[in-house]
Design a protein around this ligand. Structure first.
Ligand SMILES: [Zn+2]
Ligand SMILES: [Zn+2]
Length: 304
């Protein structure tokens, strides 16, 4: 059940005739904002936010790809045919392929964090279609907010002339709505992080980025096998967090910990106490700023 490249139906083709891709994408984004900025975001709102956001991702990334070259929209560009492109009768690339092509061929500025958020959203969409949304709502909301923010930038940097913006009044009206939505979702995330500040205080050296919501709110507990993200409440086993970091886009380096001698030191982790990526030992559950430093010993005894 890979993220299905979509096969455009004749209905979708007609739709595209009346909705040029950027309008189409912006229209989806306005809907996402509508659903995510309600006073009370219910599961149904999240469901449509995820579905429409993923639809916007597909439309907008593929629009940029096809400006580079129409064959890049095909799942296998080697098999591309102009006839099938015009008829919309082909299997198109997945989000992951689109991101990879946009970065390596079109030279688009898509960071690793952007890519992680896009790939996670595609997974949310697939999970949603097959099992319903079982993920914690805060995690989905934070992730959706990040993708929304990315797409807003992407439209401006890659799809409309960045110096003159758009002369299209309807599009600028829609983009203004999206911009307001991005700020309001961002404000929700920041506000929740502010509320958590007290809970996280003192645990900064053991607070790392959460694979589910992306917030630096996952506190490694020293005396329990389970670790909790305070932002999205997801509980992790140590092996899950290690696997995620070792296998994510550019898998992080794993070495032996100078303190406990376990092969459990992962480098390049985002840690609340450090402004730059730092190594974390998943046996000691703490940051090791430098081999043999006393800092590691200072923080190892606390628990949450
Ligand atoms: Zn989380
Ligand atoms: Zn260690």
């Amino acid at each position: 059940m890979e993220e299905a490249g979509t096969t455009a139906s004749s209905g979708a083709r007609q739709h595209h005739l009346h909705f040029p891709p950027i309008h189409n994408g912006a229209d989806y984004l306005v809907s996402v904002v509508d659903h995510l900025t309600k006073g009370d975001v219910r599961p149904r709102d999240l469901k449509y936010a995820v579905l429409h956001l993923q639809a916007a991702v597909e439309v907008l990334l593929k629009e940029r790809l096809s400006r580079e070259h129409w064959t890049l929209v095909f799942s296998d560009p080697g098999q591309a045919s102009l006839r099938r492109f015009h008829e919309g009768d082909f299997e198109s690339c997945t989000t992951k392929q689109a991101v990879q092509r946009l970065r390596s061929i079109a030279g688009c500025n898509i960071t690793d964090d952007d890519r992680s958020a896009l790939v996670a959203l595609a997974a949310d969409r697939n999970a949603l279609q097959h099992y319903g949304l079982s993920q914690n709502t805060h995690a989905v909301e934070a992730r959706a907010g990040r993708v929304l923010d990315f797409l807003y930038r992407f439209i401006h940097e890659e799809l409309i002339n960045p110096t003159i913006g758009t002369q299209d009044e309807r599009l600028s009206y829609e983009l203004n709505l999206v911009s307001r939505g991005v700020r309001s979702i961002d404000a929700f995330v920041k506000q929740r992080m502010r509320r958590l500040r007290g809970d996280l205080k003192g645990h900064e050296p053991r607070t790392i980025g959460c694979p589910a919501c992306g917030q630096t709110a996952l506190v490694l507990a020293t005396s329990q096998p389970q670790h909790r993200c305070h932002f999205c409440e997801k509980i992790y086993h140590r092996a899950e967090i290690m696997r995620f970091n070792l296998t994510r886009d550019e898998g992080l380096l794993r070495t032996q910990c100078p303190r406990c001698q376990d092969h459990a030191l992962i480098h390049g982790m985002r840690v609340a106490s450090a402004s730059t990526p730092a190594p974390v030992c998943f046996t000691c559950n703490c940051v090791i700023p430098e081999a043999g430093s006393s800092r590691a010993n200072d923080t190892a005894g606390e628990d949450i």
